[in-house]
Design a protein around this ligand. Structure first.
Ligand code: KIV
Ligand code: ZN
Length: 543
């Protein structure tokens, strides 16, 4: 039977036993519900296509999250397709779609997730006075009735049904107990307490969670989840306080992406629990060694940079700058290090392959890194690897992962870079000549620009007729050394729509050209797809 804590539908064990300071202690296993692809993707300036969402979802499965909220199926055909592709391909975690508490949303959500190994529907309605009165224009009784009907309907389709009381932290506590009691009776298996506007504090949120546990009949039969936003910078603390007070599941995103100031960051809550399991008496199933790789992938694909001093995944998170600290670290790492970089997967990179390595060795290494590619993908990545190995003395795991990020995304190129020549210098007007292949056709143009990158972009624009506005341009070296691969990430806009592009090469101008072409190909593919029919706009849903 679903929903019984004695027979939990998604986790094998709620508790593990561990030895701590000579004593056996019970560690609660907290479920991790990742919403990078829904709440994260919903944030300003992020627009992932179905292929990119699938790539991230596969990585989230390697990270071993319990639930992937893959999108909001009714929001757009693109969202629907992305969820459906993830439901078809990603095994392990439950695959979830969001749905408002109405039948049309639930039908669409079910259509998207039904093929999953473990389908999961997440339905929600607002419960605070301010949301019910001004946004929903409904009486509390009507809201309860809608919630119950939605949960009953969702449960008639799907074994796992989560109900969220939107803006819970500004809702009346007894009203929350009432609506949760009713949706549990209607079949919800998870109830979620969102701090939608990031308003609560750790102590207050902890009290709310305890109150709900003590005053909601049936609550012990379901998972109690929390979903915190970071408007006051307290999302992680609030989530952890909820765990101390009985929450079973944390909803979070990689790098803390999400609406406005974002959601609780997965890496922070997970490492908080792991590092202080003595205090929280709780842990997760997350393979923490995959955290760094996931963070880099999400940052690259979304085009959202991680601030250098960001906890756990920032570039400086493990850098010890001051002399006193360095001295201490050399004497004993524990003087200033509460977690090791290795525990999140940093520093495991090593020299792996050279230019004489064959396809077989390349495939083996990819599998060791956790990637299983289709034949066509493997071939493209291998060709790029050979090019890199030819120019670079040492090809590291980080290089290989960058190749995968770069190459998988450009499988269905419409335009391919055939030839690039630039003239640039302190007394020369920067000029670029670009030749692109489009099927059998070779197209060539030249252009001048403010700099070599600008000239290349203008030449590409002349050839393709696709005008993009460059909003952001970032370049970084994948590894150290003069022969390092340069990875360029750009964000462009077209008709108010954000598109990201990325390119990889030991030549930074070529990497810049590839990044621009990557974005151009995405736009060209969209244009082909929607030619003839009217593109359905993304639904604006107030969350
Ligand atoms: O922040 C929020 O309230 C949400 C709900 C849909 C869970 O994202
Ligand atoms: Zn949210």
């Amino acid at each position: 039977m679903h929903g019984s804590r004695l027979d939990p539908p998604l986790v094998g064990e709620c508790f593990t036993q561990e030895k701590w300071k000579g004593e056996m202690i019970m560690t609660r296993m907290i479920r991790i519900f990742d919403t990078t692809l829904r709440d994260g993707e919903q944030s300003a300036g992020i627009n992932l296509n179905a292929q990119e969402k699938l790539e991230i979802a596969m990585q989230l499965a390697r990270l071993n999250v319990d639930v992937i909220e893959a999108g909001f199926a009714i929001a757009s055909p693109g969202d629907f397709e992305g969820i459906r592709a993830i439901a078809e391909r990603v095994k392990g975690p439950a695959i979830c779609s969001l749905a408002r508490a109405v039948r049309a949303d639930i039908d669409r959500a079910w259509e998207a997730v039904r093929v999953a190994e473990r389908p999961y529907i997440h339905t929600f309605i607002a419960t605070s006075d301010i949301h019910m009165k001004y946004k929903l224009k409904k009486q509390p009784d009507e809201v309860v009735a809608m919630a119950v009907e939605a949960v009953k309907y969702a449960k008639s389709l799907c074994p796992e049904v989560e109900f969220s009381a939107e803006d819970a932290t500004r809702s009346d506590w007894d009203f929350l107990c009432r609506i949760f009691r009713e949706v549990i009776a209607a079949g919800a298996t998870v109830i979620n307490v969102p701090d939608t506007v990031g308003y609560t504090t750790p102590e207050e949120f902890g009290r709310l969670i305890r109150y709900l546990k003590e005053n909601t009949p049936g609550i012990d039969r379901v998972f109690l989840s929390v979903h915190c936003h970071n408007d006051l910078g307290m999302a992680t603390s609030n989530s952890l306080s909820a765990v101390l007070n009985g929450a079973d599941q944390i909803e979070c995103t990689i790098n803390g992406l999400g609406e406005r100031a974002g959601n609780a960051a997965l890496e922070e809550v997970v490492m908080g629990l792991r590092t202080r399991s003595d205090y929280y008496k709780a842990d997760t199933k997350i393979v923490t060694e995959q955290i760094h790789r996931t963070s880099v992938m999400v940052s690259t694909l979304t085009g959202v940079q991680v601030q250098p001093n960001k906890a756990i995944v920032g570039a400086n998170a493990f850098a010890h700058e001051s002399g006193i600290h360095q001295d201490g670290i050399l004497k004993n790492r524990l003087t200033y290090e509460i977690m090791t970089p290795e525990s999140i997967g940093i520093g495991a990179s090593r020299l792996v392959l050279g230019k004489h390595s064959g396809r077989h060795a390349f495939r083996n290494r990819l599998e060791e890194l956790g990637y299983v590619l289709e034949e066509q993908e493997l071939e493209k990545c291998y060709q790029q690897f050979l090019e890199v190995a030819d120019k670079k003395k040492e090809v590291t795991d980080a290089d290989i992962e960058a190749i995968i990020r770069g190459e998988i995304a450009v499988l269905q190129d419409i335009y391919e870079l055939e030839y690039l020549h630039i003239a640039s210098g302190n007394t020369t007007i920067p000029t670029a000549t670009v030749r692109l292949r489009k099927g059998e056709e070779l197209l060539e143009e030249a252009a001048c620009g403010d700099g070599p990158v600008d000239a290349v972009y203008k030449a590409i624009e002349r050839i393709t007729g696709i005008a993009l506005k460059l909003k952001e341009y970032n370049i970084k070296a994948v590894t150290g050394g003069k022969d390092a691969l340069g990875e360029v990430t750009i964000k462009v806009s077209t008709n108010g729509h954000a598109v990201t592009g990325r390119g990889l090469s030991t030549d930074v101008i070529q990497a810049s050209a590839k990044a621009y072409l990557h974005a151009v190909n995405k736009v060209a593919r969209e244009q082909l797809k929607t030619a003839g029919d009217v593109a359905e706009p993304k639904l604006k849903v107030d969350i």
